[in-house]
Ligand binder design. Structure first.
Ligand code: NAD
Length: 352
């Protein structure tokens, strides 16, 4: 995080809102927010694509063409990409550490949609192609201590990414690069770092740490059992990126001329114990901590080095964890306690 004040330029002029924008994975967390922002920016034609049945999408918009299709097939990708100006490829089988450590083949099968969307975008002559990669591409031996130096883009090589999920992301971002070099498809790649916020998964097994911790604190408060289970010793570190910064970074990068992968991540590194304390403060409760040392943990420490995004885009994520968590906690609390019409995510939570 930098305290510098950026001289902002209006990057939105570099996107042509008259060109059709396709968002894959639009029924999911980040895709839903991206579709929402594209509408706000004035995009006239947005196609939202996901394989989930429409009533399970986290966000849906009546003025957006919503297409339910499985992008594992070439035919599905061609339907999705028809007439595309911009393609934002976010569809992937993914989840938090518990999910990706136990579903490596499933995560790697996302290579089908990642590959075929590139082919389909090339064949329709898409103007620009954005690929959602991940900090899981970074070499694991550079993340072995909690006070790890922040990861810069070159730290992805020599390659020893997260097994399964990280390998697929690294392969697909390289393929995006070669589609530019060999076929002229103008690609952009973001490496997202732990994105969180309202309208994200908070239950069911695919949730990530911020949402899981908010949910556990809320459950403890509601049940009166003032205890929380924490995976590992809680001293592992991460940085967490609020959804508004993630979407902003996605669009700024797409509008830019930066073809090399860029970190889109907060550089505010915290321990999981710190994050639990923040959630306790928000909830006004103090919980007994029970550490599960053999739970899936991932790397010991990870943070985002933002030198390159700062240099290339004159911008970096800046929303503080305390502010983002407060909004996330409030939304999850509403979902878990509201008696009105339930969000698909709240239904997943009650079905557990
Ligand atoms: P999400 O699980 O909420 O959304 C992904 C969506 O993709 C789901 O709705 C799913 O149904 C859809 N999908 C998966 N396979 C599909 C297929 N074959 N055809 C059609 N749709 C398919 O995940 P998210 O958090 O919104 O993540 C979006 C992207 O960002 C993913 O590529 C993910 O790997 C990447 N990413 C996310 C994070 C994070 O912290 N959330 C971090 C790094 C990278």
């Amino acid at each position: 995080m930098t305290s510098e004040v950026f001289v902002d330029v209006d990057w939105t002029h570099d996107l042509d809102v008259a060109k059709p924008a396709i968002v894959t994975g639009a029924g999911g967390f980040i895709g839903g927010h991206l579709v929402s922002r594209l509408r706000e920016l004035g995009f006239e034609r947005v196609r939202a694509v996901d394989r989930k049945p429409a009533d399970e999408w986290y966000q849906r918009f009546s003025d957006v063409d919503s297409l339910v299709v499985d992008l594992s097939s070439m035919d599905g990708c061609r339907r999705a990409a028809e007439g595309a100006g911009y393609v934002f490829h976010l569809a992937a089988d993914m989840g938090g550490m518990g999910f990706i450590e136990n579903n490596k083949a499933l995560c790697m099968l996302s290579v089908l949609s990642s590959t075929q969307m590139l082919v389909a975008a090339r064949d329709v002559g898409a103007e620009r192609y954005f690929y959602a990669s991940s900090a899981c591409v970074y070499a694991q031996e550079k993340q072995t201590t909690a006070d790890v130096p922040a990861l810069a883009e070159d730290d992805a090589y020599p390659a020893t990414p997260e097994d399964g999920y990280g390998w697929e992301k690294l392969f697909s971002e390289r393929m995006a690069r070669h589609f530019f070099e060999d076929f002229g498809l103008d690609t952009r790649v973001a490496r997202y770092h732990n994105v969180y916020g309202p309208m994200g998964t908070f239950a069911g097994g695919r949730e990530k740490a911020p949402a899981a911790i908010c949910r556990k604190v809320i459950e403890a408060k509601l049940s009166g059992v003032h205890e929380i289970e924490i995976w590992g010793d809680g001293e592992q570190t991460r940085s967490f990126t609020y959804i508004d910064d993630c979407v902003e970074g996605t669009l700024r990068l797409t509008a830019s001329s930066s073809r090399d992968p860029l970190n889109v991540g907060s550089s505010e590194m915290v321990t999981i114990n710190d994050m639990v304390s923040l959630c306790e403060q928000i909830g006004g409760v103090t919980l007994r901590r029970r550490y599960v040392l053999d739970a899936p943990l991932g790397v010991r420490g990870r943070n985002s080095d933002n030198s390159r995004i700062h240099a290339e885009l004159n911008w970096e994520p800046s929303i503080r964890l305390a502010a983002g968590l407060e909004r996330t906690y409030a939304w999850i609390h509403d979902q878990m306690t509201s008696t009105g019409e339930s969000h698909p995510l709240a239904l997943a939570a009650t079905a557990r």
